[in-house]
Design a protein around this ligand. Structure first.
Ligand code: FO1
Length: 316
C-alpha cells in the first residue's frame, strides 16, 4: 500500500479531495485542512474549510455554492435578520446543528480534531480529516481599509477591499495536528498533494505553522501542487484578484514560484501549457492536465493524473 496526504482549503481544494477519495481508501489518504478561516460567530465555532471538505466527501454539499449543505433551509438566519441580528454570514438550519455540536464539544474540552472525527464518521466519512492544528490560528487579511479577519473580508466585505498582505495570528505558537506526524511516519508514506486551493489564504496558513513546514520539508517523498489559476483566472474565489492587488502576475507561474523549494512537481491546466517553459527550477517536474473540475468524473480524472504523476517523481 502507498499512503498520501492532501492539503486543502476551500471549495477548489475540496473538489480534488473528493476525486482522490474516490481512488484511495482511508488507509491510503488523509487530509490536512486549513483552519485559518475559522471564527467565533453568534457564539458558535465556525470551521468553513473543514465543513466544506466534510460535506463534499459525504456527498452533502450544495453544488451551487460549494460550501454549506444541499437542500438547506434558512429559517434561522431569516428570523435572525428579522430580529435585527447579525445575519451577514449565512448559516443554514441543518448546518447550524453541526455548529452547535462542534461548539458544545469544544466547550466540554474536546479538541477540534476529535470533534471533526466524530462528525465525519456520523456522516459516513472513513478518511481522516485533520484540522491543521487544534490551536487557534486566525488569518487576517491586510487591506487598504485596514486589517480584516478572514470571514469579514471574504463574506461581509465580499473580497472588495484591495489586499496588501496577510497575517496568520497564532501560527508561530500553534502545534501541528499531532496525528500528522503519525501519518507521515508510515513506512508506506508516498507523497503530498497541495490541492488547487488559494495559496495565500488556504495553504499558507498551514505552512506558517512551524511544525507543519518542518515536517513537510524533512519528508523524503515527492510534493506536488495543482495550480488554482487557469488562464489568468481563479476558478472560484479571490486568488487572481489578490495576485493583481499584490502586483504579481496572475498566472500559474506565480503559484509555482510561490511554493518554490517545497515542490517536486507542479500541474498546470492544459490551457496554460505554453507557460510551462517559464516555470524555472531544474528539480521541478511539470505537466499540463485538464484541471477544471465540474463533474465528478473531472475530479476523479484529475486525481488519477495527479497520482500517476506523483508516483513517477523522484523525491527532493
Ligand atoms: N461564503 C459566502 O460567500 N457567504 C456566506 O454567507 C457563507 C457562509 C458560510 C457558512 C458556513 C460555511 O462553512 C461556509 C460559509 N461560506 C460562506 C463559505 C466560506 O466563507 C468559505 O468557504 C471559506 O472560508 C473560504 O475558503
Amino acid at each position: 500500500m502507498a499512503a498520501y496526504l492532501a492539503l486543502t482549503g476551500g471549495v477548489g481544494g475540496a473538489k480534488l479531495a473528493l476525486g482522490l477519495a474516490q481512488l484511495l481508501g482511508p488507509d491510503e489518504l488523509a487530509f490536512l485542512v486549513n483552519t485559518g478561516d475559522d471564527f467565533e460567530h453568534l457564539g458558535l465555532h465556525v470551521s468553513p474549510d473543514v465543513d466544506t471538505l466534510t460535506y463534499s466527501l459525504a456527498d452533502l454539499s450544495n453544488p451551487e455554492t460549494g460550501w454549506g449543505r444541499r437542500g438547506e433551509s434558512w429559517n434561522f438566519i431569516e428570523t435572525l435578520k428579522q430580529l435585527g441580528g447579525e445575519s451577514w454570514f449565512n448559516l443554514g438550519d441543518r448546518d447550524l446543528a453541526l455548529h452547535v455540536m462542534r461548539t458544545q464539544g469544544l466547550r466540554a474540552g474536546r479538541t477540534l480534531t476529535e470533534i471533526t472525527r466524530e462528525i465525519s464518521r456520523k456522516v459516513g466519512i472513513a478518511h481522516l480529516i485533520l484540522p491543521m492544528s487544534d490551536d487557534a490560528v486566525r488569518t487576517m487579511v491586510q487591506t487598504v481599509h485596514g486589517s480584516l479577519s478572514f470571514q469579514h473580508y471574504f463574506v461581509r466585505e465580499r473580497c472588495e477591499p484591495s489586499v496588501t498582505g496577510f497575517e496568520f495570528v497564532g501560527a508561530v505558537a500553534a502545534r501541528a495536528n499531532p496525528a500528522l506526524a503519525t501519518w507521515l511516519a508510515r513506512a508506506d508514506f508516498a507523497g503530498v498533494i497541495l490541492c488547487p486551493s488559494n495559496p495565500y489564504v488556504s495553504i499558507d496558513p498551514m505552512l506558517a505553522i512551524p511544525g507543519i513546514a518542518q515536517q513537510l520539508r524533512s519528508l523524503r517523498v515527492p510534493i506536488v501542487a495543482i495550480s488554482p489559476i487557469v488562464a489568468g483566472l481563479a476558478i472560484k474565489g479571490p486568488t487572481a484578484k489578490m495576485m493583481r492587488e499584490l502586483n504579481v502576475p496572475q498566472t500559474a507561474v506565480t503559484v509555482a514560484s510561490h511554493y518554490r523549494d517545497l515542490l517536486d512537481g507542479f500541474i498546470v491546466d492544459v490551457t496554460d501549457e505554453p507557460l510551462l517553459a517559464q516555470i524555472v527550477g531544474s528539480d521541478l517536474a511539470t505537466i499540463a492536465a485538464p484541471t477544471v473540475m465540474i463533474t465528478l468524473a473531472d475530479k476523479i480524472e484529475l486525481a488519477r493524473i495527479t497520482l500517476e504523476f506523483i508516483r513517477r517523481l523522484k523525491p527532493h
